[in-house]
Write a new protein. Structure first.
Length: 169
């Protein structure tokens, strides 16, 4: 990472960013170009291993590609905010993001309910009642995260930081 001052390596800090995100983009190997899709997701830590959970149709391009090659990359981001520099007549963006890579694992019929509960927990605080008849019609899979890193650019204008710092002294 070029901007080490923006890098986040602390697991708990990255998990806080992930908790704020509502979409995870997953990139897979295709023949000529990467194939990337936005997905709803959930997280679970099992025996100190982070997993990202997803669901979708049993057939289709993403399933075919993941079955051909289990290695994927992922990205999620949040806290977008434009930062204007009026005097310089320029701008930048504030953001928080997490990127990484891992291996896809398809869940068995017995494991699917757990995966769906993990996924729903990310979006809904209470237990969610599932129509169990639909579980056989969908695929539930997870990414075993092998590596990830976070990045953050504060949403506070740099000149505002100086003002805040001065006012605290």
């Amino acid at each position: 990472m070029r901007r080490k001052d923006r890098e986040i390596t602390d697991f708990d800090e990255m998990m806080k960013i992930i908790a704020k995100c509502d979409t995870c983009r997953v990139a897979m190997f295709d023949e000529t170009f990467p194939y990337i899709i936005p997905l709803s997701f959930g997280t679970d830590v099992e025996d100190n291993q982070l997993y990202l959970y997803f669901h979708g149709a049993k057939i289709g391009k993403k399933i075919d590609l993941m079955k051909q090659n289990k290695n994927v990359s992922f990205e999620m981001d949040c806290e977008h905010n434009i930062i204007l520099y009026d005097e310089r007549m320029s701008c930048t963006m504030g953001y928080e993001s997490v990127i990484g890579y891992g291996e896809v694992e398809f869940l068995s019929e017995e494991e699917k309910m757990h995966g769906l509960k993990v996924l729903m927990r990310h979006y809904h605080e209470e237990d969610f009642k599932f129509n169990t008849k639909m579980i056989g019609a969908i695929e539930v899979f997870r990414i075993k995260v092998l590596s990830m890193t976070g990045k953050k650019r504060d949403n506070i204008h740099p000149e505002e930081k100086v003002k805040r710092h001065i006012s605290l002294d």
